[in-house]
Design a protein around this ligand. Structure first.
Ligand code: IMP
Ligand code: MG
Length: 188
C-alpha cells in the first residue's frame, strides 16, 4: 500500500524559479550556439520535464534525441551504469548538449560524456538543472547549471524516489521518513 506520509519536506525550487532557470539557460545556450545546429541529448527519465521546458527557450535549430542509462536504486547509486536506450542520431560532427536533471557523484555524466565523445561530435557540453557539488566523486563540470544545491535527496520535476514523484511541478526535499517507511515496508 502507498505510504500516507507527506513526501515533501520542503520545496526547494518552485515553478516560478524553474521558469526563470529555463529562460536564463535557454538564452545563454541560444547565444553560445547561434547559427549552429545543436543536438540536444536528454538523459531519460529524469530530465524529461526540464528538457521540454528548456528547448522552448532555445532559439536555434535543434535535433532532439534521448539516451537512457540506469545506475540508481533508492537513494544510492549502484555505481554500475547500463545503457537502456541509445541515441537514434549519428552525432559525428554535431554540437551536442547533454541535458540532465541532477549532477551528483558525476558517475553518470562522465560515462555519458565519454560515450558521446567517442562518436566524434564537434563538441559536447553539459546542462544540468541541479548540481550537488558536495557529492562529487568524478571530476566533471557542467557548463550550464540551473541551481547548486546542498547534499539532500530531492524529488519532483522529473526526479524520482523509486520511480515515484516525477510529476510534482516543483523540486522538493524528500521527507526522510519516507525512506524509513520504505525500509520498514521492505522488512515486513
Ligand atoms: P550521479 O551519477 O551520482 O552524478 O547521479 C546522477 C543521477 O542520479 C541523476 O541523473 C539522477 O537520476 C540520480 N540522482 C542523483 N541525486 C538524486 C536526487 O537527489 N534525487 C533523485 N535522483 C537523484
Ligand atoms: Mg537522471
Amino acid at each position: 500500500m502507498k505510504s500516507k506520509i507527506n513526501p515533501i519536506e520542503k520545496i526547494l525550487v518552485d515553478k516560478e524559479e524553474i521558469a526563470e532557470i529555463c529562460k536564463r539557460l535557454g538564452k545563454q545556450i541560444s547565444e553560445d550556439y547561434k547559427g549552429k545546429k545543436l543536438c540536444v541529448v536528454s538523459v531519460l527519465k529524469g530530465s524529461l520535464p526540464f528538457t521540454a521546458d528548456l528547448i522552448r527557450e532555445i532559439d536555434c535549430d535543434i535535433i532532439l534525441d534521448f539516451l537512457q542509462v540506469s545506475s540508481y536504486v533508492g537513494t544510492e547509486t549502484s555505481g554500475f551504469i547500463n545503457i537502456k536506450k541509445d541515441l537514434d542520431t549519428d552525432i559525428e560532427g554535431l554540437d551536442v548538449i547533454i541535458i540532465e536533471d541532477i549532477l551528483e557523484s558525476g558517475t553518470t555524466l562522465s560515462y555519458v560524456e565519454k560515450l558521446l565523445l567517442e562518436r566524434n561530435p564537434a563538441s559536447v557540453s553539459i546542462c544540468t538543472l541541479l548540481d550537488k557539488p558536495e557529492r562529487r566523486k568524478t571530476p566533471i563540470n557542467a557548463k550550464y547549471v540551473g541551481k547548486t544545491i546542498s547534499n539532500e535527496f530531492v524529488i519532483g520535476y522529473g526526479l524520482d524516489y523509486n520511480e515515484d514523484y516525477r510529476n510534482l511541478p516543483f523540486v522538493a526535499i524528500l521527507n526522510p521518513a519516507i525512506y524509513a517507511d520504505t525500509e520498514e515496508g521492505a522488512k515486513s
